[in-house]
Design a protein around this ligand. Structure first.
Ligand code: NAP
Ligand code: GFB
Length: 318
C-alpha cells in the first residue's frame, strides 16, 4: 500500500519534470522522497543502480530521468538518445522488479506514436506505422520502456504503468538554443532580440507543424494522480487535448515577451512530425485534467526565465 511515508525514488529529480513532481509530492504530504543526481549515481551504470536499489529499496519509482532534447538534438545524436535512454530505463525497471518495488511510473513521450497517426492520437495507435525520422531513436527507446512495463504488468501482475506526455514546458526547462525544445527556444530568442533593439528572430522550419503544450505542473499532478490511484491499464496519454501551429506559438510568445521585430523562418531546419495531438480521454475519464492555459503558462514561465536566467549575454542565437 502506498502511503505518505512510502519511500519514493524520483529518478531525475533535478530536471524540469522530476523537480515539478518532487514539489507536487512534498506539497501533498509525502515525507520520504529519494533523489540522486547523475554525478553521484549514473543511471546508465547497471552496477551502480543495483547497489543503490539494494541499499535503499524504494517502494515506488518515478522515472523522470532521461536524455532529453529538442528536434535538432534528437536528429544529431540518435545513438546517444537510443542507448542512454535504453540503459537508464532498463536499469531502473530491472532493479525495481528485482527489489520488489511495488509501483513504477515510466515517463515516455508522445513521439512514440507513428508520424502520420490519425488525430487525435489514441493509445492504441502505438506501433501501427512508421515513426518520425528526427526522433526515431528516442521513440524506439521509449517504446521499449512502455513495453517492458506492460510485460511486467501482465506477466507478474505488478502496478507498473507508463504516462506519455505531450510537449512540456515550465520552470527549469532547458533554454539552450541548440538542444532545447521550441517553446523555451522561442522565449530565449525573442527576449534576446528584444534586448538587441528588436532585431529579427530566426525560427526553424516552416512554422506549419502543430504541437500540443502542457505545463509541467499539470503533468506533475497527473503523476500524483497515478501514484494515488491504481491505473487499470499500462499506457496513458497526458496532454491538454488542444494544439496550435508553431507559427501561432511564435506570435503568442513574441507578444508576451514584447518583441516588435520581424520573424524569419529557416527552411533548412526540419519541421518534424506535422501534428501530434493526443487523445487524452482515457486519463480524463479516470479524473485527471490539465488546468493551466497555454498563455498563462507561457507568461509565468517567462517570469521564471527572467528571474533565473544565467548571464544572458552569453546566450547565442542560432
Ligand atoms: N521536456 C519535454 O518536452 C518532455 C515531453 C514529454 C516527455 N518528457 C519526459 O519527461 C522526462 C523528464 O524530462 P525533462 O524534460 O524533465 O528532462 P531534463 O530537464 O533534461 O531532466 C532529465 C533528468 O534526467 C537526469 N539524467 C539524465 N541522464 C542521467 C544519467 N545518466 N544518470 C542519472 N540521471 C540522469 C538528469 O539528472 P542531472 O540533472 O543530475 O544530470 C535530469 O535530472 C523524460 O523521460 C522525458 O522523456 C519530456
Ligand atoms: C517532446 C519532444 O519533442 C521533440 O520533437 P518536436 O516536437 O519536433 O521538437 P521541438 O524541438 O520542440 O520542435 C517543434 C517544432 O518547432 C520548430 N521550431 C521553430 N523554431 C525552433 C527553435 O528555435 N528551436 C526548436 N527546438 N524548434 C523550433 C521545429 O522545427 C519543429 O517543427 C522530439 O524531438 C523529442 O523526441 C520529444 O519527443
Amino acid at each position: 500500500m502506498i502511503s505518505k511515508d512510502s519511500k519514493i525514488f524520483i529518478a531525475g529529480h533535478r530536471g524540469m519534470v522530476g523537480s515539478a513532481v518532487w514539489n507536487a509530492l512534498v506539497d501533498n504530504g509525502y515525507k520520504n522522497l529519494l533523489g540522486a543526481n547523475s554525478k553521484d549515481l549514473d543511471l546508465r551504470n547497471q552496477l551502480e543502480v543495483e547497489y543503490f536499489f539494494a541499499r535503499e529499496k524504494p517502494q515506488v519509482v518515478i522515472d523522470a530521468a532521461a536524455r532529453v532534447g529538442g528536434i535538432m538534438a534528437n536528429k544529431t545524436y540518435p545513438y546517444q538518445f537510443l542507448m542512454d535512454n535504453m540503459r537508464i530505463q532498463n536499469n531502473l525497471i530491472e532493479s525495481s522488479l528485482g527489489h520488489e518495488c511495488e509501483k513504477f511510473i515510466f515517463l515516455g513521450s508522445s513521439c512514440i506514436y507513428p508520424k502520420f497517426s490519425p488525430q487525435p492520437i489514441k493509445e492504441e495507435y502505438l506501433l501501427t506505422s512508421e515513426l518520425e525520422s528526427t526522433n526515431e531513436a528516442y521513440a524506439l527507446a521509449k517504446i521499449a520502456g512502455v513495453k517492458a512495463c506492460e510485460y511486467i504488468r501482465t506477466q507478474f501482475g505488478k502496478d507498473y504503468s507508463s504516462l506519455m506526455p505531450t510537449n512540456l514546458y515550465g520552470p527549469r526547462d532547458n533554454f539552450d538554443l541548440e538542444t532545447s525544445h521550441v517553446l523555451p527556444a522561442m522565449i530565449t530568442k525573442f527576449h534576446q532580440a528584444k534586448l538587441n533593439n528588436h532585431e529579427p528572430v530566426l525560427l526553424w522550419g516552416s512554422g506549419s507543424p502543430k504541437r500540443e503544450f502542457l505545463h509541467v505542473n499539470d503533468l506533475a499532478k497527473a503523476v500524483l494522480f497515478s501514484l494515488e490511484n491504481k491505473l487499470p491499464e499500462n499506457l496513458y496519454n497526458i496532454g491538454t487535448g488542444e494544439d496550435i501551429s508553431i507559427f501561432e506559438l511564435a506570435n503568442m510568445i513574441q507578444e508576451i515577451v514584447g518583441h516588435e521585430g520581424e520573424i524569419k523562418w529557416d527552411s533548412d531546419k526540419p519541421d518534424g512530425t506535422p501534428r501530434k495531438l493526443l487523445d487524452v480521454s482515457k486519463m480524463s475519464d479516470l479524473g485527471w485534467r490539465a488546468q493551466i492555459k497555454l498563455e498563462e503558462g507561457i507568461r509565468s514561465t517567462y517570469e521564471w526565465y527572467l528571474e533565473n536566467s544565467y548571464d544572458l549575454k552569453k546566450v547565442k542565437i542560432s
